[in-house]
Design a protein around this ligand. Sequence first.
Ligand SMILES: C=C(O[C@@H]1C=C(C(=O)O)C=C[C@H]1O)C(=O)O
Length: 354
Amino acid sequence: MSEPINELRSRIDALDAELLKLLNQRAQLAREIGRLKNGAVYRPEREAQVLRRLKQLNGGPLSAEVVERLFVEIISACRALEQPLTVAYLGPEGTFSEESAIKRFGSSAERMPCPSIDEVFRAVESRHAHYGVVPVENSTEGAVGRTLDLLLQTPLKVCGEIMLQVHQTLLFNGDSLAEVKRVYSHPQSFAQCQQWLASNLRHAERVTAPSNAEAARLASGEPGAAAIASRRAGSRFQLKVFVENIEDDPRNTTRFLVIGPEDAGISGNDKTSLVMSATNRPGAMRDLLEPFARRQIDLTRLESRPSRTGLWEYVFYVDIKGHREEPQVATALAEVGEKASLLKILGSYPCARD
Ligand SMILES: C=C(O[C@@H]1C=C(C(=O)O)C=C[C@H]1O)C(=O)O
């Protein structure tokens, strides 16, 4: 090996030794903080601040995204020294829900795959898991109704959001698209790939599966069957990545919520999720939103769902910018509470995008 490479490698060795020492010092401090805590170990607001600060400090050549990924892992390992966390998600292994759970909690958190969104809520409510990760909306397909319905009933709080760019992959162990007789996938993924399927696999039978990972499992045992799922699911079930990025919109993103016993503290860039309903009269909704508008509090989302208490009655899911403990937001919420026939504050949490 040439002299300059050896020289650079020995400098890397020295830096690694230094990094290792620093990482263990960080872990030691986290452990001490853990001993001083009386309450939840996981502090989403603090983690969001740590990551935001590091991305601002970053001078490259590592990208902000890479810096985030590395530090999520470092934080995950430090947190696990305080207390190992269990995170429930919509399984099986290989789903986008699992990917988003890892994106937020890192790989040192224990993962608990659940067969349905209901089971994720139940696992956290019964304290079999500390936190849960559930999909709430997709940029192409809109709301995940079951999650919204369960949020209305649960005593749990929303303590985080995760944005995941969702790339759909055609997984297939054959040699050409003409051999695909059947495609398995989750209905959401079929919907996200409609145009691609219409132009490339018009004649294949479409069979819905309860999850993308389950679709991959089914396809792996059946000649002539393909699955639309994630790359992860492909490697988990030994399926070949046949065509990548087949989603109709390349910006296709799914938003997940983290649910837990408490919401998050103020991080400085937060959102609050609410459910509310108004009596059925003209202008009722406008009146409910007026306290936010008057204070220039941004509405980032407004979604209606049947209330299930009466025909053609609705509840509204609203996300606003700001934390429920910030004075402006708190007074607006108090005003809304006086006018609304129902107001449930689902929780405040750091914005996933700064
Ligand atoms: C160390 C702490 O505990 C956890 C770990 C963190 C970290 O490693 O930076 C940050 C927040 C907590 O989720 C802390 O609360 O500061």
